[in-house]
Ligand binder design. Structure first.
Ligand code: SF4
Length: 218
């Protein structure tokens, strides 16, 4: 598993314009918004609104989402609320890219104030930027520096060549999910088979199959 740091992205890019000393405009840089089924982790199967933020602090070789690099549309909180209000679910997933490159707690509190359950998917760059979320899924990319707190569940993306002993050495009281390293839009059945055997041999782990790819939905 390889990864590259992208230090140029490690900046807060929410733009805040102040007026009389108070924040009155916060623009969110959004790559896309869509409605689908959560295919991973504890909430697998849950109809969910996905809000994908622009950009990431890493450039993983196996990244299955390139939309986050292509560009963004700016939304105010109210504009985003209006966009998502057409969907019937109140389960909202903030994803990326890497959402914690932004200070998102004000946005998360705004959504919770409108009765959304807010889950975040992160590589753990800055947990403090999403600490108000209802649920945080941590997917560590550098397995030599796995963090021990700040998350609700942890998900490892695993291929048949992964150094899985590092997962077995990792201690946490949170549920650990094993997710096959899949193709961009489809399931890699060799990695899936490897992951199934891995969790069968280590039943404290659970399989996170990326259900949406098996179902061939977004
Ligand atoms: S979005 Fe996730 S998988 Fe893709 S480059 Fe960023 S951390 Fe890596």
């Amino acid at each position: 598993m390889t990864f590259l740091e992208n230090p140029t992205a490690q900046i807060s890019v929410i733009e805040m314009k102040t007026k009389k000393g108070s924040i009155d405009i916060m623009k969110l840089k959004i790559a896309n918004i869509f409605y689908s089924i959560q295919g991973e982790g504890k909430f697998i199967g849950t109809p969910s609104i996905f809000v994908r933020f622009f950009d990431c602090n890493l450039s993983c070789s196996f990244c299955d989402d390139l939309d986050h690099k292509k560009g963004y549309t700016e939304y105010s909180f109210e504009e985003l609320l209006e966009t998502i209000s057409k969907y019937p679910s109140s389960h909202l997933i903030i994803t990326g890219g890497e959402p914690t490159i932004y200070e998102l707690n004000p946005f998360i509190e705004f959504l919770k104030g409108h009765r959304y359950f807010v889950a975040v998917e992160t590589n753990g760059f800055r947990f403090e930027n999403v600490s108000k979320a209802d649920w945080i899924t941590y997917s560590p990319k550098n397995w030599d520096e796995i963090k021990n707190d700040g998350f609700s569940e942890v998900k490892f993306v695993v291929s048949k060549t992964s150094k899985i002993q590092k997962i077995l050495n990792f201690q946490t009281d949170k549920q650990i999910y094993i997710q096959p390293q899949n193709n961009m839009d489809t399931t890699d059945m060799e990695n899936m088979k490897f992951c199934i055997e891995f969790v069968q041999d280590n039943p404290h782990l659970k399989l996170s199959p990326q259900l949406h790819k098996l179902l061939e939905i977004e």
